[in-house]
Design a protein. Structure first.
Length: 463
């Protein structure tokens, strides 16, 4: 599981009271986030909304009056982890703290959370975050159990002008929420609700506000970003991409995650036409076997997928491709696993996120026997990772000697080393000759001098 913690790790300081908390007088909150970029960005919006409601964010849960836990349930035994974590928090409840469980586990487990953890005050899925100010007001008025669970059929999105972005250079904009695809293994349609898009005018206004605030990179987000349907009917997804890419001050635009069913030639044409659109497409295939794809309800075949890859490869610019893979889906044979491995070699992805199938509540695949043993899933995962590593070892070598623009993300000043990201989303570690290192968020040019399967090494070139 990709795990992201926006505010400091937990554990340290639990149970140690550092400052007096008067609920309702000093309104403080601590938030911890798990899961995907959508969750990370939802937390930025939740933080902004809470701050607008007069709450102050603290970095230690011991100092917080309200503790929020934004959860993920895409894989593994996420529910159990949440309850384990809540039991740790329980030790703090004597101090008058309030707890809120947000996100996918909240939506999935619903009011069962109150039964197992009676000290929790708010249980809310992401489709109900629009009502957060109202929920907070009820909490302050003394209500003990507040739920936001019934809004999954909503037409509305959670747009807020109060978003508190963690990175001052690169920021997310959610353009699609929810998902209507119903892949057999996936909880998202049940936890995040039906698919709804944000009007293009609202997206453009946020992009302009971000550019005015100094952001240079924008990442458009959606569980299914390219099935975007402008409610105002003004723009297609590719047109929106191009329009965001033309906002003055924006140097890079990314988008994730694309579904092959909704991938159009127009997207490739937009990338070719607008230089600020990054040369990278994340297009999860999940399996290289047409039979497994049908069982997964992905609604495409291996050949159909490869045709989209051919469009991308035919672009004037070299566009990097990455993917998600699930191994050990019910009934997957050794030969079908091999089909996935040969697909990696045929596409030549630059990165693959590979997961062991995990049975999820409410999903159609739950009714299929989870037939592949855990050790076998581990072995299959390793097969894919080994084959993909070889693809990347050869693939990354093509960059040797190239000069590319890199957005600076971090420094090690004492060693004169800098780390950044290329337009293709590759990690580039480089050195600079000048005594002053390039600023975070700047875009120096770097010559690549060495390549690895997961990163590039180089030196900044003058200019
Ligand atoms: N088991 C394993 N992997 C899953 N994913 C989604 N649901 C499951 C599941 N039940 C993976 C898919 C998806 C990525 C975000 O997580 O590969 O693209
Ligand atoms: Fe899940 Fe499939 Fe929707 Fe992606 S497209 S969020 S895998 S149901």
């Amino acid at each position: 599981m990709r795990l992201r913690t926006l505010s400091g790790g937990a554990g340290e300081g639990v149970g140690q009271r550092r400052s007096t908390i008067y609920w309702g007088v000093e309104k403080t909150f601590y938030i911890e986030t798990f899961g995907c970029q959508m969750n990370a960005h939802d937390s930025e919006k939740v933080i902004g909304t809470l701050e607008h409601e007069g709450y102050m964010r603290v970095q230690d849960e011991a100092d917080a009056g309200l503790i929020l836990y934004n959860t993920c349930s895409i894989r593994d035994k996420a529910e159990q982890k949440v309850f384990h974590r809540l039991n740790e928090y329980k030790r703090l409840q004597g101090e008058g703290k309030r707890f809120a469980v947000l996100g996918c586990v909240a939506q999935q487990e619903g009011e069962k959370i109150f039964e197992k953890a009676p000290y929790v005050s708010i249980v809310s899925g992401s489709a109900s975050y629009r009502k957060l100010p109202e929920m907070l007001a009820r909490l302050e008025a003394g209500e003990k159990r507040i739920t936001g669970l019934d809004d999954r059929q909503t037409e509305e999105t959670f747009d807020t002008e109060f978003t508190s972005r963690t990175n001052p250079h690169r920021g997310y904009i959610t353009i699609v929420e929810g998902c209507d695809k119903f892949c057999a293994y996936c909880v998202v349609p049940y936890t995040r609700g039906k698919e709804r898009s944000r009007a293009s005018d609202s997206v453009m206004a946020e992009a302009r506000r971000m550019a005015d605030a100094g952001f240079t990179e924008i990442q458009l987000l959606g569980q299914n970003v390219n099935s975007y349907r402008d409610p105002s009917g003004k723009m297609t997804f590719a047109e929106l991409l191009a329009a965001v890419g033309c906002v003055a001050g924006i140097r890079r635009v990314r988008f994730t995650t694309s579904h092959p069913r909704d991938f159009t030639r127009e997207i490739v044409q937009a990338i070719d036409a607008v230089p600020t659109l990054c040369d990278h497409v994340h297009l999860p295939v999940q399996s290289g076997s047409t039979r497994v794809l049908a069982a997964m309800n992905r609604e495409y075949t291996r050949e159909w997928y490869l045709e989209r890859i051919a469009w991308i490869k035919a672009a004037r610019r070299e566009i990097s491709m990455t993917s998600d893979i699930i191994v050990g889906f019910p009934g997957e044979t050794e030969a079908e696993l091999e089909e996935t491995a040969t697909l990696l070699e045929e596409v030549k992805y630059d990165a693959v996120f590979c997961f062991k199938y995990s049975s999820r509540p409410n999903t159609p695949a739950m009714g299929m026997a989870d037939s592949i043993a855990e050790e076998e899933k581990v072995r299959r995962l390793q097969v894919i990772l080994d084959r993909q590593r070889e693809v990347q070892r050869k693939g990354y070598a093509r960059h040797l000697g190239q000069v590319m623009e890199v957005m600076v993300e971090g420094h090690n000043a004492s060693r004169g080393q800098v780390v950044g990201r290329s337009s293709q989303n590759k990690t580039v570690n480089f050195t600079v000759k000048q005594p002053i290192l390039p600023a975070l968020g700047s875009y120096p040019m770097v010559r690549i001098t060495e390549t690895f399967p997961n990163s590039l090494v180089g030196e900044a070139v003058a200019g």
